[in-house]
Design a protein around this ligand. Sequence first.
Ligand SMILES: Nc1ncnc2c1ncn2[C@@H]1O[C@H](COP(=O)(O)OP(=O)(O)O)[C@@H](O)[C@H]1O
Ligand SMILES: [Mg+2]
Length: 226
Amino acid sequence: MLTYSNVNVSYGGLPVLKDISLTIKEGECVAIFGHNGAGKTSLLRCSVGDVEGATGTISYRGEPIVRGAVFMNSRRGIGLVPQGHNVFRQLTVRKNLSVAGLNSPGGTLEEVYRLFPVLEQRGNQIAGSLSGGQQQILALGMSLMTKPSILLLDEPSTGLAPVIVNDVMDSLRQINLRGTTVVIVEQNIPATLKLVSRAIVLKAGRIVFDGAGGDLARKEDLWAWF
Ligand SMILES: Nc1ncnc2c1ncn2[C@@H]1O[C@H](COP(=O)(O)OP(=O)(O)O)[C@@H](O)[C@H]1O
Ligand SMILES: [Mg+2]
């Protein structure tokens, strides 16, 4: 579904992704782990065409992704939830959702409300006044308004209380069970390993592990992989 072939990225001559080749299959739920600076965000941003100067090829359902045209890739079904609570803070929750859906006919408010009733309850609230967890749920809801067939998430649990992290992971499980492919970059390895079936570890821009999440969890020298 999403295939990287020999992808290299460098910023100002410094390589951050080195010869990445990997395939994410339709329906998979995959984690990407790695230390700060390992290249995780760059890898996600490449998939929506948002990294200038990436070399190699990335294709989505057999067609190359369009570099520099994030909105076109989004319309093709690639949804990226960037790090941080990316919401329009001055707009209401409902307005955030409807603005997010403008680019792609598809997701409806009703579907998003069914998955996240809190967003319906808070529909008229200004997004900037939501809690961090609620803003993260809103950012997720906004990405669903584009009806993605693959959802890429950059550290969605950062800054959230543990019980909220579980809620977010449960929502992602439901989204995946409904047929959306999920790729999640996370620092919270234990919570994420409960969700995913496959884990990839990036170290200094290279893939050093790609296999079953359970195999990674069972490694006694887990940290040596990072
Ligand atoms: N736009 C940029 N310009 C220059 N350097 C960047 C840019 N984005 C990321 N980097 C650098 O690339 C490396 C990988 O960053 P990133 O992909 O954000 O890693 P991660 O998400 O794993 O922390 C880091 O050293 C970071 O400082
Ligand atoms: Mg990052």
